[in-house]
Design a protein around this ligand. Structure first.
Ligand code: ATP
Ligand code: MG
Length: 736
């Protein structure tokens, strides 16, 4: 039979039990990682249903990802049965879409309104900027998109923003106008962008009291997980929905029903400040909701004491936090294992060999293991070694390296250079980056190729005979010349890496990404730098290898069929950035790249706030582990085509040595080599990226290639020793 309400609190500790049984005013549960916050939220929902105090339809539970929502729904369903399907358990965005689909008419939207993703909304902003005749160098459309997103997260509309602009601020004035036009275009298209989903739902509730009332009557219980990562718009949305009225809060005079609000979170795990999330929402909950009850949970049920000791020590160094004393009844468990590899490749080799070994000696299944990294580009060498070892894996919250768009583009260039008749690849890059060659031009070239019975690539070379309009002809001529130049390089004996660099450089591909301040483009630059490293590695291993050999090898690794599947329910190894790992747990966790400059990310080193966020990120990473935790780093990491000496992450230094056992330490020769290595390395051509923000774990280096040495050297004694000279970098293309 169904569990009784008592069953739902059995096995909980007294604080957890209180949180499940609490009724009445707003409830805040603050607690460290693994203390059962999510479990309490789940059991609380089940308890409300089992006691008959709430019907499933009266529950709105908000989680941070769709995956977390699915898990929570499943768990409640397992506890109380299929009626649980009537609950709303979803992310903020999905909940808002559901509300807006019902209430579209009030906002003048079609019921089938479109939702623009980041790429769509950037395209729209580009269009708007072009209409306004803005110089893209001064008024970067992507920067505008970013700002508009920030403003929407603060619930600031175009007019409100315009009212705040200082006289003579040309950028902001243009931005305000672009914002207004952008909104008008969205409305014309009956479309909403991602941030609008929240902002427009807030508007709906604020402007239509009857609609607000109907939702308040409906959702008598609003529960929010990971509350520390809500931004202002989400915060207001919660208040509007839960209807916990306080002084100064605009109720428009109506006496509305109030719901019961439960939020759970951990200020130490706030890792989305760059998206407008504010810890303030959790720190000041009690002020915002004067009648709130706060419950602290201190017992951790996830990890061993050694893992907790390490995690507690790392987070303890952040200033201005409420001290917590997380403990476990689990016992010490195995020591945390540290490993210093000579290079990033050796680091991946160690991780994969260790996963293999754990399987053989301890029966650890691939599905028990997660490998974390700070930035997406770091997955490449891991993926390659996993494929070779025949260990099944998945990349969560990201795309496998060789399926990423920029990698496919770059490889298409190489294919097109190696084989001019490769129509698919030539066509892929004909207008990448944009050269004003649209479908029409492509069609004309294809038609010409067919008529002349030649390949598409050959038609490109004979552009002058095709009869293209002058502008298109000029564009094709430029492309033909580019390809001819690259082929000449290849015939002259250039390596795959050199051809790659030249292709990305001369085509303007890299420059376009670097000029962008979209964090995704920063990540693309990093991935391309990683591809460059693959080509370099290939040249070292196979000095006689041709470009065709290189491409053959890449297609073998890239072929999805090569990736072993989960056979026999053993699960697959999970690769993910630390950001994606929030809320999850795994028996075995590898945290890789623990170097100052990798994790913490380079761009955070000079900024205390960002460093504090990196530290919270490290806390999240360590606390995902249940039994075994590995901390690895590379003494030399090649990034942006440059091998860099990397000092240990400061986070490692904070871990008490008695819980950390070094499987391999930096060798003496390695340490000595630090004295001179690094000098004479060229600076990476992929390094000149200027974004300062981040989305899903892809931090871009904030410093141009010239500034990197100086910046890093200036971090004082903590900086990499070999970068202390502050000498100007060469600005070469990473051929070091
Ligand atoms: P995070 O901050 O990482 O999101 P959390 O506080 O949400 O962590 P949970 O994921 O809810 O923690 O719980 C961590 C683990 O501890 C889960 O496996 C959960 O089932 C288990 N757990 C929680 N409370 C208890 C308990 N009273 N008895 C046994 N296991 C528990
Ligand atoms: Mg949780």
């Amino acid at each position: 039979g169904r569990p009784s309400p008592d069953d739902l609190v059995a096995g909980l500790n007294p604080q957890q039990r209180e949180a499940v049984e609490h009724r009445g005013g707003p409830l805040l549960i603050v607690a460290g990682a693994g203390s059962g916050k999510t479990r309490v939220l789940t059991n609380r929902i089940a308890h409300l249903l089992a006691t008959g105090e709430a019907r499933p339809g009266e529950i709105l539970a908000i989680t941070f990802t769709n995956k977390a929502a699915a898990e929570m729904r499943e768990r409640v369903e397992a506890l109380v049965g299929p009626a649980a399907r009537m609950m709303w358990v979803s992310t903020f965005h999905s909940a808002c879409v559901r509300i807006l689909r019902r209430e579209h008419a009030a906002l003048g939207l079609r019921s089938s309104f479109s939702i623009y993703d980041a790429a769509d909304s950037q395209r729209l902003m580009q269009l708007v900027c072009r209409e306004m005749d803005l110089d893209p160098k001064k008024f970067n459309p992507k920067a505008f998109s970013r700002k508009v997103s920030d403003l929407k997260n603060e619930l600031i509309g175009p007019r409100e923003f315009a009212a705040t602009i200082a006289d003579g601020n040309a950028f902001d004035s243009a931005l305000a106008q672009a914002f207004e036009r952008y909104q008008a275009r969205l409305a014309q298209a009956s479309a909403l962008d991602f941030d609008d989903l929240i902002a427009q739902t807030v508007r709906l509730l604020r402007e239509f009291p009857d609609i607000k009332e109907s939702y308040r009557r409906r959702f008598r219980h609003v529960l929010v997980d990971e509350y520390q990562d809500t931004n202002h718009a989400q915060y207001v949305l919660v208040r509007e929905l839960a209807g916990v009225e306080t002084e100064g809060w605009d109720t428009r005079g109506a006496v509305l029903p109030t719901g019961q609000l439960t939020v759970v979170g951990d200020a130490d795990q706030s890792i989305y400040a760059f998206r407008g999330a504010t810890i303030r929402n959790i720190l000041e909950f009690e002020e915002d909701y004067p009648n709130a009850r706060t419950i602290l949970l201190e017992q951790n049920y996830r990890s061993t004491q050694n893992i907790l000791t390490a995690a507690n020590a790392v987070i303890a160094r952040n200033a201005g936090r409420r001290a917590k004393n997380l403990w476990t009844a689990e016992g010490a468990g195995p020591s945390i294992v540290g490993y210093v590899a000579d290079s990033d490749h050796d680091e991946s080799t160690f991780v994969v060999e260790e996963i293999d070994r754990l399987g053989d000696s301890d029966g650890v299944k691939p599905g028990d293991v997660a490998v974390f990294y700070r930035t997406n580009a770091q997955s490449r060498s891991l993926e390659e070694r996993l494929v070779r070892a025949g260990i099944p894996y998945k990349v969560v919250g990201g795309t496998r390296f060789y399926e990423r768009r920029e990698i496919k583009d770059a490889i298409a260039y190489l294919h097109a250079v190696a084989n001019p008749d490769d129509a698919v690849n030539v066509r892929r890059i004909l207008n990448v980056p944009k050269r004003g060659l649209g479908e029409r031009t492509e069609g004309t070239l294809a038609w010409f190729a067919e008529r002349e019975r030649i390949s598409f690539g050959a038609a490109v070379e004979r552009y002058a005979e095709v009869g293209l309009p002058p502008r298109a002809e000029k564009g094709v001529a430029g492309f033909a010349e580019l390809m001819a130049g690259l082929r000449a390089m290849l015939e002259g004996g250039a390596s795959a890496a050199e051809v790659l660099d030249a292709a990305l450089d001369r085509s303007g591909y890299l420059a376009e990404l670097r000029a962008s301040d979209d964090p995704q483009d920063a990540s693309r630059v990093e991935n391309l730098a990683e591809l460059h490293a693959v080509a370099e590695e290939f040249a070292q291993a196979t000095p006689d290898g041709t470009l065709a050999d290189f491409l053959e090898r890449v297609s073998l690794v890239a072929d999805a069929d090569q990736i072993p599947l989960d056979d026999g329910g053993q699960g697959v190894v999970t690769l993910m950035t630390v950001h994606t790992a929030k809320g999850l747990e795994f028996p075995v966790v590898f945290v890789t790249g623990l170097e100052d400059g990798t994790f913490p990310h380079m761009r955070s080193l000079a900024d205390p706030d960002q460093l504090a966020e990196e530290r919270r990120l490290a806390y999240v990473a360590l606390t995902r582990a249940r039994q075994r935790l590995y901390l690895t780093r590379a003494a030399v990491r090649t990034s942006f085509g440059v091998p860099n000496q990397m000092p240990a992450s400061r986070f490692i230094d904070d871990i008490p040595p008695e819980v950390l056992e070094w499987r391999r330490e930096e060798s003496a020769t390695e340490a000595m080599r630090r004295g001179w290595a690094g000098d004479g390395y060229g600076s990476g051509g992929y390094g000149g990226y200027r974004s300062r923000r981040d989305d899903d774990g892809d931090f871009a280096p904030a410093y141009g290639s010239g500034a990197r040495r100086g910046e890093r050297g200036s971090t004082g004694p903590r900086g990499p020793r070999s970068f202390g000279d502050g000498a100007p970098a060469s600005g070469g293309l990473g051929t070091g």
